[in-house]
Ligand binder design. Structure first.
Ligand code: SAH
Length: 333
């Protein structure tokens, strides 16, 4: 594990290039721990209702143009069923913060998946909840939780979120999740509006303190129905350099080549793998709902991003030397 100095980090962040040398270093560290394995997660976007109003996000409550949907338990279970047959052994239930899904409903869904698929990992990504709620989901059978901190600088956090949200409660949630025993994932957007190099360094320092099992990053992508409709998106190159830095600083971490990375460039996820990423999260949501989970515009949803096409994805990754494996894919630490 290498600990960069702030000066070194700033230099890498600001180089502004496709840093082949850095990517090779990250890839070799990844190979030492995870070989050429790529872990797959089946992503089920089960609700796009959200009570929050994050300024960057397309499914924010204030966007009246989004067509809202919720999946019921049976629909979620059939997504799992289809995913299981395709080889997925991790299901990620992601959604907006939707009050319709009370703790009792979430626990019932988690418990039903747990009962039917005892050999699978269940990941939740449903935002900020009380410690008791997190504990209840854990006891119902959830194993992992994804909650990006978004930015570790308070002033920046407040530029991205309304005053009803705070960095301190976000952080508290993350420490609670770890304490309960979840494999916990955090992360941030690259190139979010007003983000500085110093903000990115602060993100890395916060992650060092949290020591998460998973770190999800992707480029910020503009959505026209948000207050940030005029803000430019993050870049492919900086996202790749940040991924490589993360692999070098957190050798054991599960690092997804995210959908946003695949959306910004047709080969984005493949480049992500070469820069240190070792996870992909194909989409298992029902085709009819997929386009409505539009947290940003131009999000890939069909093609090789679709869970249904994991065989083709596997072949594509094999051609660049990586192998999709179909076990749970727990963290190695
Ligand atoms: N409500 C859940 C899930 C949010 S969606 C939660 O709060 O965790 C998952 C991630 O998508 C967010 O954490 C955010 O980092 C990212 N995201 C949201 N809007 C985005 C945008 N416009 N561009 C890129 N990523 C975005």
């Amino acid at each position: 594990m290498k600990n960069f100095t702030d000066k070194e980090l700033i230099e890498i962040i600001n180089t502004n290039k496709y840093d082949e040398e850095l990517f090779k270093k990250a890839d070799s560290i990844r190979r030492e721990i995870y070989g050429t394995d790529v872990y797959i997660r089946g992503l089920i976007e089960f609700t796009n209702y959200c009570k929050n109003n994050c300024y960057y996000c397309g499914i924010r409550a204030g966007n009246t143009k989004t067509v809202r949907y919720r999946l019921d338990k049976d629909e979620i279970l059939s997504c799992c069923d289809e995913g299981y047959k395709l080889g997925f052994r991790t299901f990620v239930l992601q959604g907006g913060e939707d009050p319709f899904f009370t703790d009792a409903k979430v626990c019932d869904i988690v418990y039903s998946i747990r009962e039917k698929y005892p050999d699978c990992a269940i990941t939740l990504s449903i935002g900020e909840k009380s410690k008791d709620s997190y504990k209840a989901y854990f006891d119902a059978g959830a194993n992992r939780y994804l909650l990006r901190h978004e930015t570790a600088t308070e002033s920046h956090y407040n530029m991205l979120h309304p005053s009803s949200m705070s960095l301190s409660s976000r952080k508290e949630c993350l420490y609670n999740l770890k304490e309960i025993g979840y494999q916990t994932g955090s992360g941030f957007m690259v190139g979010s509006p007003f983000q500085t190099t110093e903000n990115l360094v602060a993100d890395l320092r916060f992650l060092q303190d949290l020591s998460p099992d998973m770190i999800g990053i992707g480029p910020y992508m503009t959505h026209s129905e948000t207050p940030f409709s005029d803000k430019p998106g993050g870049t492919l190159e900086l996202t790749l350099r940040m991924l490589a830095i993360l692999r070098i600083m957190f050798p054991y971490a599960l690092l997804p080549a995210t959908t946003a990375l695949g959306s910004i460039h047709p080969e984005g996820r493949e480049m992500g793998l070469k820069a240190g990423a070792n996870v992909v999260m194909p989409n298992l949501s029902p085709i009819k709902n997929r386009k409505n989970y539009d947290i940003y515009e131009n999000k890939i949803a069909t093609g090789l991003e679709a869970g249904q096409n994991v065989k083709e994805l596997k072949e594509k990754f094999a051609r660049i030397g990586y192998s999709i494996v179909t076990h749970r894919g727990d963290v190695k630490r």
